[in-house]
Design a protein around this ligand. Structure first.
Ligand code: ARG
Length: 583
């Protein structure tokens, strides 16, 4: 089923042709004056020159052809040459019934692609902190949107598990426990299966090592050497590395699970280590990589650049691989494992230059097919109310776990303040609503922008918030439950203005989902459901739905409510959260 705008555009274009004008100008959009009309077409204005005629006259010619069309109840030509359009009741309810019975609400089918969404990107051995929240939330939603449209999609967490942080931990551990067999070069036996640290210890070791390396040059050198030794295969260091992974990954998984974030691949920088030498060789042989001040680089600047794009560094002067190197090798790996048509990176926007270099280098050197689309969705910073990056009250980095449990507590207090509830049920509900509060609070902002994490605002049941959306859905569920009979499916034509407004709001579904997909913009879904909820609540306040005596009328409303609920459920699932039964 075509989107509503496509359907109307098709009819209006025929009207252009019937009146003797070029039909390709019949593009219809949503009215920007909803007080005057529902849809509008501005094509007549563009035709004036070509046909040497006043745009208003052209619009009048077309309106005359369209006014008897069954799809419309009014088509008016207004100065200076707009066509103002109002749908007929039959067309509007017909479209909604098409949504009601169609697969995925009749969303047009698109040619399916193979897509990898690279998101999350946590560094192993450090607890997840609020800085990881956006990558997880936005990436998860992008993945779900891509999948909903029938694409074959892989979500890859792309762990930071191969860099300096590993060397730092090894160095610190060496100082603290020099007698461990991992540090005995002559040791040939089996290493212990028990890790030499707990998660809590690991989480203390890393920041301690990191702080020391910033003050102590020698310590930093030792960590760099340890990193190099790990990467070149030192047996003991590899064993420690494995312990670090075994201790951290279950914790990461648990944290992501709390956020309803799920990855298909748990690969990381380390996964592609053995691909690096071959890749570097190829780049040299093909003449792309050359030595510059000791390092190996590939030029990626282009004539059209307006700012300087430095060469992409492939190996440091000491031969060590870099962040760019692992990202390039990862693209090679992804090609051989999955051969994607598109790779979407959901990463902090401060890494934009890195990705410009990686993308250009991958295209230039043929690591990816020329037609593969590499997209960087760089997100802005999550700030506190002071406008600075979000911190704990003491000014430290806030753990993600703490943030989540704070919001859950606040939600619990809110849910239990008004009415008696079973504490266990209230706990479960507050977890569901808290997740919606956090995710919606993030996703309702355009990803590239910084935003303020405002707990009081996010957990409010009023305004453009997750809890407001869920509250509206729960309200619909409760009406449907009270209706008590099998839910009718046929949506009748609009009886009153607020019902019509709700119906019109719903018709935008396909367009919104398609543009959220094409533009990688989940926030569009948020503003759509916010509109739908507002229109539903207006209708609800103006209409006594269950008390209605005319059965046909009531059934039409119930069918409309059911469709509204299903659409909202689908949309929040695409955003990565769900609604409780009660709240
Ligand atoms: N681990 C990286 C960081 O913490 C993010 C990884 C993003 N993904 C990627 N393919 N580079 O900055």
């Amino acid at each position: 089923m075509n989107t509503i705008l496509e359907q109307i555009t098709e009819i209006v274009s025929k009207g252009f042709e019937a009146a003797g004008y070029d039909g390709s100008y019949g593009k219809v959009g949503i009215s920007n004056r909803p007080d005057l009309c529902e849809f509008q077409c501005n094509g007549a204005m563009a035709l004036a020159k070509q046909y040497h005629k006043a745009p208003l006259m052209i619009a009048q010619d077309i309106a005359a052809k369209l006014s008897d069309d069954d799809a419309f109840s009014a088509v008016d030509a207004v100065a200076p040459g707009f066509l103002n359009i109002k749908l007929s009741d039959d067309f509007l309810s017909g479209y909604l019934n098409g949504m009601e019975s169609g697969e995925n609400f009749g969303i047009p089918k698109i040619p399916p692609k193979k897509i990898i969404v690279d998101y999350g990107g946590p560094n192993v051995a450090k607890p997840l902190h609020v800085g990881h929240l956006r990558a997880a939330i936005i990436g998860e939603s992008v993945k779900r949107i891509c999948r909903y449209l029938g694409n074959d999609v892989i979500g890859d967490v792309h762990l930071g598990d191969w860099g300096l942080q590993m060397g730092l931990i090894i160095t610190e551990l060496h100082e603290r426990k020099p007698d461990l067999p991992y540090f005995d070069e002559g040791f040939t036996g089996e290493y212990p299966t028990e890790p030499p640290f707990t998660l809590a210890e690991l989480e203390e070791i890393y920041p301690c090592a990191s702080a020391r390396s910033k003050e102590d040059e020698q310590y930093r050198e030792a960590a760099l050497t340890a990193t190099k030794k790990l990467q070149s295969g030192n047996r003991g260091y590899r064993a420690i590395w494995k312990h670090i992974m075994d201790v951290s990954i279950p914790d990461l998984k648990r944290n992501y699970e709390n956020l309803c974030v799920e990855f298909d691949w748990w690969k990381g920088e380390s996964s592609v280590d053995d691909l690096i030498p071959g890749m570097v060789d190829d780049m040299k042989k093909q003449g792309f990589a050359y030595e510059s001040e000791g390092a190996l680089v590939v030029d990626v600047a282009m004539d059209s650049d307006t700012k300087e794009i430095p060469p992409c560094m492939i190996l440091k002067s000491d031969g060590a691989a870099l962040y760019t190197t692992t990202d390039l090798a990862t693209l090679r790996d992804r090609r051989s494992c999955f051969d994607p048509d598109q790779v979407i990176y959901v990463v902090d926007k401060r890494q934009e230059m890195h990705f410009i270099q990686v993308f250009r280098c991958a295209k230039k050197t043929g690591i990816v097919r020329p037609d593969v689309s590499l997209d960087f969705l760089g997100f802005g910073t999550m700030n506190g109310k002071d406008g600075k990056p979000f911190k704990t009250r003491e000014g430290g980095v806030m753990r993600l776990e703490t943030l989540i449990s704070d919001i859950r507590e606040a939600m619990y207090a809110k849910i239990t303040e008004n009415h008696e509830t079973d504490p266990e049920e209230a706990r479960a509900t507050s977890e569901t609503v808290a997740l919606a509060a956090i995710k919606y609070g993030d996703l309702s902002n355009q990803a590239t922008k910084d935003y303020v994490f405002d707990t009081d605002k996010f957990i409010s049941f009023e305004g453009n918030t997750g809890p407001y959306i869920l509250y509206t859905m729960v309200r619909i569920k409760s009406i449907l439950a009270k209706y008590g009979k099998e839910i009718p499916r046929h949506i009748a034509f609009a009886q009153n203005e607020s019902e019509r407004a709700l119906m019109l709001a719903l018709t935008g579904f396909s367009q919104v989902i398609l543009s959220a997909y094409e533009e990688i913009a989940p926030h569009k879904i948020c503003s759509y459901i916010y509109d739908v909820c507002n229109e539903f609540n207006r209708f609800y306040h103006e209409t006594r739905i269950l008390a209605e005596e005319d059965a046909a009328r009531k059934d039409g409303w119930i069918a409309l409510l059911q469709l509204t609920l299903r659409v909202l459920e689908t949309c929040i699932d695409l955003l990565g959260f769900s609604a409780p039964e009660k709240m």
